[in-house]
Design a binder for this molecule. Structure first.
Ligand SMILES: [Zn+2]
Length: 266
């Protein structure tokens, strides 16, 4: 009874609602609110939605609904993956990977079907502007990412590797929604890609096809990665345009998530 009385005083309007439900509910709900259960993960995830349908094409940003898709379900085109938010499950692998149709970029790998179709459309539009780009890398499995990351660690150490390569389970490439593009070997995976013809075209037009530049210049304190003009992330047309129109550069800022400059301390 002591707990009930305390909870009733502390919860104000909540207690008024709960009293109607009986004493047992009050104790459970009151205790739940006064002393929230500790999360297993030290970084709380924000659930935008528990339902994450992935339509074949997202609608334009009229009456934008920022809770339309989940930001923590890897099946969702809005999933946020960064150094504080690993994939869950860690070994996640999409089941609808597809090489973008058309064949023009067929050297570099596959994406989830919706993103692959969008990329093919973008390639076609770029071509009509005499702009050419190719896929450097798209989906990477947990194993492939581990091999890549370990290689960078062997070469330059952990601190350096962490500035540009994700640890396995923390990579957007593992979602199947991300792709690295290049124009020529000269600026492949280099910041000068941003100044190339295709890099400029992509910065200007990618949102129309549902892609964002995931690691814009000057945002490493938020995203955890240096400027990567070549790394595009598919989020659907509605969100990509909403971010462009509202001038919000990163998914972290758009969804009000904590900055993720580093991995959690061990
Ligand atoms: Zn990338």
């Amino acid at each position: 009874m002591v707990v009930v009385a305390f909870a009733g005083l502390a919860l104000g309007w909540g207690s008024a609602w709960v009293f109607g439900q009986g004493r047992t509910s009050l104790v459970e709900v009151g205790a739940g609110i006064v002393v929230p259960a500790a999360a297993e993960d030290s970084v709380p995830r924000v659930s935008a939605s528990t339902v994450a349908p992935v339509p074949s094409q997202h609608l334009p940003s009229v009456g934008f609904d920022d809770a339309q898709f989940s930001i923590d379900d890897p099946e969702s085109p809005w999933v946020v993956v960064n150094k504080q938010l690993p994939l869950d499950p860690n070994s996640y692998q999409p089941d609808d990977l597809q090489v973008p149709p058309g064949g023009g970029m067929a050297t570099g790998g596959a994406l989830r079907a919706e993103a692959a179709d969008a990329l093919a459309l973008m390639e076609k539009a770029a071509k009509s502007d005499s702009v050419i780009f190719r896929i450097s890398s798209a989906f990477r499995s947990w194993d492939a990412q581990a091999e890549l990351y370990d290689g960078y660690v062997r070469t330059g150490g952990v601190a350096q590797a962490d500035t540009f390569s994700a640890r396995p389970g923390y990579s957007e490439h593992q979602t199947g929604w991300a792709v690295d593009l290049y124009e020529s070997s000269e600026c492949r995976l280099k910041s000068c890609f941003g100044d190339s013809t295709s890099g400029k075209w992509i910065a200007e037009n990618a949102a129309d096809f549902g892609f964002i530049t995931r690691y814009p210049e000057g945002t490493s304190g938020v995203t955890g990665y240096k400027y990567e003009p070549w790394h595009l992330r598919y989020v659907g047309v509605a969100l990509a345009k909403q971010m462009r129109d509202s001038g919000v550069a990163t998914l972290e800022e758009f969804f009000g998530l904590p900055d993720a400059p580093n991995y959690p301390s061990p």
